[in-house]
Design a binder for this molecule. Structure first.
Ligand SMILES: NC(=O)c1ccc[n+]([C@@H]2O[C@H](COP(=O)([O-])OP(=O)(O)OC[C@H]3O[C@@H](n4cnc5c(N)ncnc54)[C@H](O)[C@@H]3O)[C@@H](O)[C@H]2O)c1
Ligand SMILES: O=c1ccn([C@@H]2O[C@H](COP(=O)(O)OP(=O)(O)O[C@H]3OC[C@@H](O)[C@H](O)[C@H]3O)[C@@H](O)[C@H]2O)c(=O)[nH]1
Length: 346
């Protein structure tokens, strides 16, 4: 049985887990793991699908409503006998027989999650309840991609999993950060009450190829601006910090968490911390030294600092990121150039 790793969740779970799907107990178990990835057409989800599909023992089902994701991210798998893509909104129940659920579906860029905040809350609360209900019915293990935003504007730095956060419950970001906090609560309640096997990852800012070009997040914005020769828009004051993890490291961490014995929550992120002004300088230096940097107005409740303490991930999962920001940015640049129709660097 999984151990509850953090936040004083040391209650003994007496409830027996539900019976796993027949697939998981069958003689074919060793050669067949059927995995549902919600949000699998999105940025992190599609990279996760690529990695899961590399294992010939896996069958992968993606459920996505294509709000911020696209079929294009999965084009190499469409038609593959071990792959299925379902257009589905997770605020509605889903009936499939699976052994594992990676539950990622939720818009992640602040521009998109603030666009329809009621829908964002529904996705986090009703969507997570639906996925937990599915996990309960078929006895599947479920992993939630929670976020560093559960720490809000943190008063502890770096953030450990024991920190309960400093979150505005009525602000414009609350649909996302409070939504994810409720999703975490639901995960633990289903675990304690129904014995569901849960895993919770608290993901810190992740970047890489396939981010939407006009997604609004800082790394994609700066790279697109540098390639278009536009000023890099640093939101005031520019001293706010973030820690950026390359997507292949993140996928590795998520799979280790799913396969391991710890419920989490576990921080997954790269502890390298940069101010937004420093990030702009690095993008300028690596991609287009001629562009200028422009300070623009910020949005409400922007967290002032963020850096993960990843001691737990190191100890419990044997995980730490390998790719530095300076190594990762050029990998993303090539993908953006191709999608913007620009030729490769000579
Ligand atoms: N990228 C990051 O920096 C980061 C940081 C912390 C947490 N996360 C979490 O990781 C997950 C993936 O993030 P991402 O960066 O790949 O974002 P993304 O926006 O690229 O992907 C989200 C996917 O979920 C789908 N989706 C949204 N609402 C849905 C709904 N109601 N029903 C079905 N599908 C729906 C979207 O169409 C998209 O394909 C999210 O849960 C996000 O909260 C990401
Ligand atoms: O053009 C820009 C965009 C953003 N920023 C700044 O860059 C910082 C990072 O902003 P982003 O929009 O990339 O992302 P945030 O860190 O606010 O939220 C992020 O972190 C946690 C995840 O769960 C969210 O999915 C993710 O979007 C903020 O301080 C923002 O003010 C700029 O300086 N310029």
């Amino acid at each position: 049985m999984a151990t509850e790793a953090a936040n004083g969740n040391n209650h003994v779970v007496t409830k027996k887990p539900p019976t796993p799907s027949p697939l998981r107990n069958s003689k074919f178990f060793q050669s067949n793991m059927r995995i549902l990835v919600t949000g699998g057409a999105g940025f992190i989800g599609s990279h996760l699908v690529d990695k899961l599909m590399e294992n010939e023992k896996n069958e992968v089902i993606v459920a996505d409503n294509f709000f911020t994701g696209s079929k294009d991210n999965l084009r190499k798998w469409i038609g593959h006998p071990r792959f299925e893509l379902i257009r589905h909104d997770i605020t509605e129940p889903l009936l499939v027989e699976v052994d594992q659920i990676y539950h990622l579906a939720c818009p992640a860029s602040p521009i998109f999650y603030k666009h329809n905040p009621v829908k964002t809350i529904k996705t986090n609360v009703m969507g997570t309840m639906n996925m937990l209900g599915l996990a309960k019915r078929v006895g599947a293990r479920i992993l939630l991609t929670s976020t560093s935003e559960v720490y809000g504007d943190p008063l502890e730095h770096p953030q450990t999993e024991e920190y309960w956060g400093n979150v505005n419950p009525i602000g414009v970001r609350s649909c996302y950060d409070e939504g994810k906090r409720v999703a975490e609560t639901l995960m633990f309640d289903y675990h304690r009450q129904h014995g569901i096997e849960i895993r919770i990852a608290r993901i810190f800012n992740t970047y890489g190829p396939r981010m939407n070009i006009d997604d609004g997040r800082v790394v994609s914005n700066f790279i697109a601006q540098a390639l278009r020769g536009e000023p890099l828009t640093v939101q005031a004051p520019g001293t706010q910090t973030r820690s950026f993890c390359y997507v292949s490291d993140m996928v590795d961490g998520l799979i280790r968490l799913m396969e391991g014995e710890n419920t989490g929550p576990i921080n997954l992120g790269n502890p390298g911390e940069f101010t937004m002004m420093e990030l702009a300088e690095v993008v300028k230096e690596l991609i287009e030294p001629s562009v200028s940097i422009k300070i623009v107005e910020n949005t409400p409740d922007d967290p002032r600092q963020r850096k993960p303490n990843i001691t737990k991930a190191k100890q419990l999962l044997g995980w730490e990121p390998k790719i530095t920001l300076r190594q990762g940015l050029p990998l993303m640049e090539e993908d953006f150039k191709q999608r913007l129709g620009m030729s490769k660097k000579a």
